[in-house]
Design a protein around this ligand. Structure first.
Ligand SMILES: *[C@@H]1O[C@H](CO)[C@@H](O)[C@H](O)[C@H]1NC(C)=O
Length: 382
């Protein structure tokens, strides 16, 4: 009895299998490929009355794209060099004498991100203005988007989102420094894409103004002299140094606003010019520098011959920093003649010459740095 029952059940099962619509499955049911990859989806008949005919269609009933091919027995669908438009659902339709059944497969085409920025490539903004930089990003999966500013080789992040299709960066321009290169970057696990926009700041540039710490300087020969110059302005001015009507001393070093002169001599005295230049204009500031030097004295003439009763005149001349005072005396300790007179300018005159006035005379020229000696000989003939 039991046996008959189970045989019946079995044969009706068998019957129902053969007298049924086809059953089908697909492998894989969902598949994700990168753009330009090739993938196949197989449709398999798992039951139903034979013969079963297979065909593939798009779920939206659009015709298959020209890179999508179906194998000879209708079971294998191949998408060669996948492109974004291939993405979607595909139906495998199985038909037999009893009817139809369908099964769906889903294809995702992954895309590396693509970005587009507006405004494109360049935007001009006036000082005091605000601008919105927009970035639109496509890609599958949805990329992360970041706006950043390139500054001194670094990336200064302005805004970012972990996933999205667009991102806006608001930039407030309050000085020319707020301009520069702004970059939008979109990134997903399939790639990275970026676009740049150059923000140019209009107006707001300020003419340079150069100022020196000291307009008058003095130094003693041999010393090192340092001059400082500061410049305001926008863009930041570049400072150069020069000397009025002469080249800069050989032993100089100019570094930004600082000019250093080492081992100065008298010839380094003069007017130094700090020149601050930017795109708007230039500004000059002057430093008058004097190098103090010890006197260097000579006598004119250095030898004089005269007769008794005549008079002689000898001048002591000194180069060096003023004021210079002169002192005449006799070498060997003899007293000056009663007819001798000395002026502030260093002129020695001796009237009513006597033979005893013969000898060597010394002039000492002195300033606040030091002194210098020079000699002249006087010979009185009978
Ligand atoms: C300062 O720089 C400007 C612009 O470069 C130039 O025209 C001017 O002659 C310079 N002045 C001096 C003193 O060098």
């Amino acid at each position: 009895m039991e046996l008959i029952k189970s045989t019946l059940i079995f044969s009706s099962l068998l019957l129902s299998v053969f007298a049924q619509k086809p059953s089908v499955s697909v492998e894989p049911r969902t598949v994700a490929v990168r753009q330009d990859e090739t993938v196949s989806i197989r449709c398999r008949v798992t039951g139903g009355a034979q013969p079963v005919q297979l065909e593939w269609k798009r779920a939206n009933n659009q015709p298959l794209a020209d890179n999508v091919k179906v194998g000879p027995d209708g079971s294998v669908l191949t998408i060669a060099l996948a492109r974004p438009s291939n993405q979607g659902q595909y139906r495998c339709i199985a038909t037999n004498s009893q009817g139809k059944s369908t099964v769906m497969a889903t294809l995702t085409v992954k895309q590396p991100p693509k970005v587009r920025v507006t405004p494109a490539s360049q935007v001009k903004v006036k000082v005091g203005g605000i601008t919105s930089l927009q970035c639109h990003a496509s890609g599958k999966p949805r990329p992360s988007i970041t706006w950043f500013k390139q500054e001194a080789g670094r990336e200064l992040v302005l805004v970012s989102t972990t996933t999205g299709t667009s991102l806006t960066a608001k930039v407030t321009v309050s000085s020319p420094q707020d301009g520069g290169t702004f970059v939008c970057r979109a990134q997903n696990k399939d790639g990275t894409s970026e676009e740049k926009v150059e923000l140019k700041v209009e107006g707001g540039a300020i003419e340079p103004k150069a100022t020196v710490h000291q307009t008058d300087m003095t130094a003693v020969e041999g010393q090192t002299v340092t001059m400082h110059c500061q410049a305001s302005g926008s863009p930041t001015p570049v400072i150069t140094w020069s000397k009025l009507r002469a080249p800069l001393p050989w032993q100089h070093k100019a570094e930004g606003g600082t000019l250093t002169l080492s081992n100065v001599g008298r010839q380094d005295s003069g007017q130094y010019i700090c020149n601050a230049t930017n795109s708007v204009g230039f500004s000059e500031a002057y430093v008058q520098m004097e190098v103090d030097t010890r006197p260097y004295a000579t006598t004119v003439p250095d030898h004089v011959t005269a007769r008794r009763g005549d008079s002689v005149r000898v001048q002591c001349i000194a180069h060096g920093s003023h004021p210079i005072s002169f002192h005449w005396s006799r070498v060997g300790g003899a007293a000056m003649s009663s007819g001798a007179k000395v002026t502030k300018e260093g002129v020695l005159t001796i009237g009513q010459l006597k033979p005893s006035d013969s000898g060597t005379y010394k002039c000492v020229a002195t300033n606040h740095i030091g002194n210098s000696e020079t000699f002249t000989t006087v010979t009185v003939r009978e």
